[in-house]
Write a protein that binds this ligand. Structure first.
Ligand code: B1M
Length: 239
């Protein structure tokens, strides 16, 4: 880092400059700078969701492009990911702050063979922010982990994340196991991750493909309102 960059006082930058600087700092894996900048933007009245999407998620998108193109390598991307997590650590409680009653319960995890967790964590944070109870089972989950979490927590929704074309087929293993056990219709299954699309989600028998965290929240809310509607309707029928 040059002396000039070392001396840079983030607080002197205007919002636009600061966001661009955050993209650079994320790229360079500077977690302390990201922490400071997130606090500055929040102090200027930025909504936590805007800090997340405009500064952190956009910065990570740029990292992803250079990773794909062979300009950045795994160690650098890990540093960038850790910086993103430092920012998310501050935003998490703010996004989760809600007096709303619990909307439903979701078990979420990244599938077997896959250790990417930033997107999954983001979905979990946003779901919590929207009033869902979220049980995060982490990364690299074989089907047994989903089954154990289902038994322990009795969720309404199962969320699966995969970032690799080699791991996304494992989502079908989980869904097929639910079918075999006669449990599939007990849950809403939502899937997401950069290489997925609607057609893939449909082909493996998921209920929904979620392009991003905001879409995951909207989809989950919609499914839960249908579900609660049909439960209420069947209770009325039996009354
Ligand atoms: Co990896 N990696 N990576 N990586 N990595 C990708 C995915 C890749 C696209 C990079 C590239 O080539 N451009 C590429 C996959 C190519 C492919 O399969 N076609 C890739 C590769 C190849 C690899 C390795 C194989 C590299 C290697 O070792 N040679 C290796 C695999 C390790 C493994 O899993 N077994 C690997 C390793 C890593 C790191 C460990 C260095 C690090 C992960 C750190 C971590 O997660 N803790 C890493 C990272 C950071 C990335 C990129 C750069 C960024 C991913 C990310 O965090 N994005 C990624 C490139 C990219 O995606 N552009 C890449 C930000 C995040 C907010 O977005 O995860 O898409 P995303 O989540 C979004 C949506 O997809 C959606 O909502 C989220 C928020 O809006 N969503 C869901 C995600 N999950 C959901 C679940 C839901 C709903 C919505 O459930 C309901």
């Amino acid at each position: 880092m040059s002396e000039e960059e070392d001396d840079l006082d983030l607080a002197t930058l205007n919002d636009e400059e600061l966001v661009l600087q955050m993209h650079d700092d994320l790229y360079d894996g500077l977690a302390d700078e990201i922490t400071a900048a997130v606090n500055i933007l929040l102090g200027r009245g930025w909504a936590p969701y805007d800090v997340l999407t405009k500064a952190l998620v956009e910065g990570m998108r740029i990292v992803g492009v250079d990773f794909r193109d062979g300009i950045l390598f795994v160690p650098e991307v890990l540093l960038a990911a850790n910086s993103m997590k430092a920012g998310m650590f501050i935003l998490k409680p703010l996004l989760a702050e809600t007096g709303a009653p619990k909307m439903g319960k979701m078990v979420i995890g990244t599938v077997k063979g896959d250790i990417h967790d930033i997107g999954k964590n983001l979905v979990g944070m946003m779901m919590e922010g929207a009033g869902f109870e979220v049980i995060d089972i982490g990364i690299n989950n074989p089907v047994e982990n989903y089954l154990a979490a289902i038994e322990e927590h009795q969720p309404d929704i199962i969320g699966m994340s995969a970032l690799l074309t080699t791991t996304m087929p494992y989502m079908k293993v989980v869904i097929d196991t639910l079918v075999e056990k006669g449990m599939r219709s007990d849950f809403i299954v939502m899937v997401g991750g950069a290489p997925l699309n609607e057609a893939f989600a449909e082909s493996i028998g998921a209920d929904a493909y979620c392009r991003d965290a905001a879409m995951a929240v909207e989809t989950a809310k919609e499914f839960m309102s249908h579900r609660q509607g049909s439960v209420a309707a069947s209770m009325a029928e039996t009354a």
